[in-house]
Design a protein around this ligand. Structure first.
Ligand code: SF4
Length: 685
């Protein structure tokens, strides 16, 4: 019975007209959780997006971001038809063309590039705009490989943590959300699940209810940091020394599991030697923490079992990011925390399905590799050959790549031919020569693979494509065909590709997906490390000192590189995930302008107050926005949200305008948190 005043279903139908249908699908966006969704559709349009209970971990609720995804699908920024530039670069002035014209124009440019400076003068540029299996590294990969374009090193995120996890454990599957309540100690290190991976939060809270201690390592007082037993508000870039001080404590005080170290690891002696200089006092001095707080965490870790470390991505975005991840991920091996449910480490489980993309029939050519963090450099400096054609998809580099000023300078080049294949008019799309409209995940198939929980689901179209938008598989298939690169038996579009992938998966998995069920992962949904799963290193041991990496790491493994702060630019700028975007997806939606978060001590020292309009600057650029003064960030560190678009600030610059394009010690990742800045009042701002 309906609550008085609340229309029941039949009333709604009467008022709105047309019956409503609820369609099940799954979220493939770049988030660890891969929620199952229940989307209400009426007259072919999305009415509401909600969680479904099909995925037991995400269990019927979803983030506020995807609840509002309809605003992207039908919003004023949606790209509805192919278009070509009809004004100066960046002006956003375009003229409509047909798909055939657009594909022909691109194909001709590709052919000219190949016969001119060579195919390596074409740079395909993509990242995880969707994490689904169909939207990246499929027909697109075949096209780039067969045509011989430059290759892209996708390093903007997860490269250092991935390199560390690979070196130490060969990317062993890790503890999943379901086992958190078993832990007696949880350390959330450089991760804020309240903003990204929200379904972890209730599992952490359940563990606390059962008596688990919680430690949070984060420069900000996040929601979970407020609820933690110990909060280490670490200086950005110094996580490595905090972890090494804990190692030193374990080694020096008999808290290692020597039998485990002998049987399951190698290289512990070098790690012990490199941790030795890091007393609590020295680590405290470098990290800006109290030595007693680091010691309290080390003692708690030594004494707790099961003890679980969630290694996030916040600790990797600096010059020491690889060594930070190495040091943090090595802790459970040294402390003997494996072999028990709820113990060990937890990070990306993206490889836990063992899916090899065997359906891609094209070997990697030995062409030039361009690190995506160097896009600005590549567009403005590379000349052997220069980048003459840029093809951007699943990505908004004008807003997200380091050294924004140089990226924009490159995109403004009149002799650069830029294709942007996108859902909405992004900051990058404004610079396109040819603009191609892309479907969203609600308009097509995709495989949503969780990398927090180990889950896999097949997302289905909920509505027809909006306007003339087309899926990646169809468009890259057309380009392959036009360039004579498609074999006759290859998938010709999204449905074909989806069936090809389904048929390539193990039979039991594909049968479940066809039936609309959640398949079982190879090691179960909650594997116990060193019981159900073991390292995938060549000798199945934890390699605590992967010697081959030592000489290629600037100061060697388990070493610390000093803070890049200067007298002129003393503040560390961080850019953590927020509640407003998924990476940069949804940044187009009208939301309040972003503010810079600053500690009251830093604001007072600069004569700044809450809501003042400020200028954040360094030698690379500047950003103008309002200030939020609050003690929820450590002194000496300021914060702007990750993934914002140029429209979110007063001078059309994002935090990336202040980020150097230097690379991490391992994995060649981005050093977003190495931006050092000054902040001053902006009169009349
Ligand atoms: S972004 Fe994450 S939390 Fe939000 S719906 Fe998608 S998977 Fe779920």
């Amino acid at each position: 019975m309906a609550t008085p005043g609340t229309p029941d279903r039949s009333t709604r139908e009467h008022v709105l007209g047309g019956t409503t249908t609820v369609v099940e699908t799954a979220c493939p966006l770049d988030c660890p959780d891969a929620c199952s969704l229940a989307v209400t559709v009426q007259r072919g349009k999305v009415v509401t997006i909600d969680g479904s209970r099909k995925n037991p971990v995400t269990d019927g609720y979803i983030c506020a971001k995807v609840r509002t995804f309809g605003e992207r699908v039908y919003g004023p920024d949606r790209l509805l038809y192919p278009a070509v530039r009809d004004g100066r670069k960046g002006s956003g002035t375009f003229k409509r063309v047909t798909w055939d014209e657009a594909i022909e124009r691109i194909a001709l440019r590709f052919e000219n590039a190949k016969f001119g400076a060579g195919a390596e003068s074409i740079l395909p540029f993509s990242y995880g705009g969707s994490n689904g299996l169909l939207t990246q590294d499929n027909i697109d990969a075949q096209l780039w490989r067969r045509f011989g374009t430059s290759r892209l090193a996708r390093t903007v995120c997860a490269a250092p943590t991935g390199a560390a996890n690979m070196a130490l454990y060969g990317k062993m599957p890790s503890v999943t959300y379901q086992d958190y309540p078993e832990a007696k100690l949880i350390i959330l290190w450089g991760v804020n699940p309240s903003a990204s991976g929200i379904h972890l939060v209730p599992y952490v809270r359940e563990a606390q209810k059962r008596g688990a201690k919680l430690v949070v390592v984060d420069p900000r007082t996040t929601t979970l940091a407020r609820l933690a037993d110990i909060h280490l508000a670490v200086t950005p870039g110094t996580d490595v020394v905090v972890a090494l001080a804990i190692h030193r404590h374990l080694f020096a005080n008999g808290h290692t599991n020597d039998a485990f170290l002998r049987e399951h690891t190698r290289g512990a002696d070098v790690l012990k030697e490199r941790a030795e200089p890091w007393t609590f006092a020295r680590a405290a001095e470098v990290s800006g923490l109290d030595a007693s707080a680091i010691e309290a965490v080390a003692t708690l870790y030594a004494e707790s079992s099961p003890a679980l470390i969630r290694c996030g991505w916040g600790l990797e975005r600096n010059r020491n990011g690889g060594n930070a991840a190495m040091s943090v991920l090595a802790l459970p091996a040294v402390g003997g925390k494996f072999g028990v449910r709820g113990g060990g480490y937890s990070m990306s489980n993206s490889t836990s399905w063992n899916i090899d993309r065997t359906w891609i029939d094209a070997p990697e050519p030995n062409t030039r590799i361009v690190n995506m963090n160097h896009l600005g450099r590549a567009l403005t400096e590379y000349n052997d050959p220069p980048v003459n054609v840029l093809f951007v998809y699943n990505c908004n580099p004008a807003a997200t790549m380091p050294d924004q000023r140089r990226v924009l300078e490159g995109l403004e080049r009149e002799d650069l031919f830029t294709v942007v294949f996108e859902q909405v008019m992004t900051d990058t799309a404004l610079y396109a020569d040819v603009l191609l409209p892309n479907t969203t995940f609600l308009e097509g198939y995709d495989f949503a693979k969780g990398y927090g929980p180990i889950s896999l689901d097949l997302g289905r179209p909920v509505i027809d494509a909006v306007g003339e938008a087309r899926p990646n598989a169809d468009v890259f298939g057309d380009l392959c065909a036009r360039l004579g690169l498609r074999k006759s038996d290859e998938p010709t579009g999204e449905v074909d590709l989806m069936l090809t992938v389904l048929n390539s998966l193990p039979a039991s998995i594909s049968a479940d997906l066809r039936d609309g069920a959640m398949p079982s992962p190879p090691y179960g949904t909650a594997p116990v490390q060193f019981v159900d799963v073991f390292p995938n290193t060549p000798d199945k041991k934890v390699d605590l000192f992967p010697a081959a990496l030592d000489p290629s790491t600037p100061m060697g493994l388990y070493r610390y590189q000093p803070d890049p702060r200067t007298e002129r630019y003393p503040l560390a700028l961080i850019s953590p995930a927020s509640e407003r975007t998924i990476s940069s997806t949804l940044g187009e939606l009208p939301r309040p302008d972003v503010t810079l978060l600053m500690h009251p001590d830093d604001a007072h020292a600069r004569g700044l107050g809450d809501n003042d309009v400020v200028r954040i600057f360094n030698d690379l650029g500047e950003v103008h926005c309002a200030l939020t003064v609050a003690p929820s960030i450590r002194p000496g560190t300021v914060s702007l949200p990750k993934g914002i678009w140029r429209r979110s600030t007063r001078n059309n610059a994002t935090g990336t305008a202040l980020v150097p394009d230097t690379l991490t010690d391992l994995g060649e990742g981005a050093c977003f948190n190495d931006a050092r800045v000054q902040v001053a009042s902006l009169p009349n701002g």
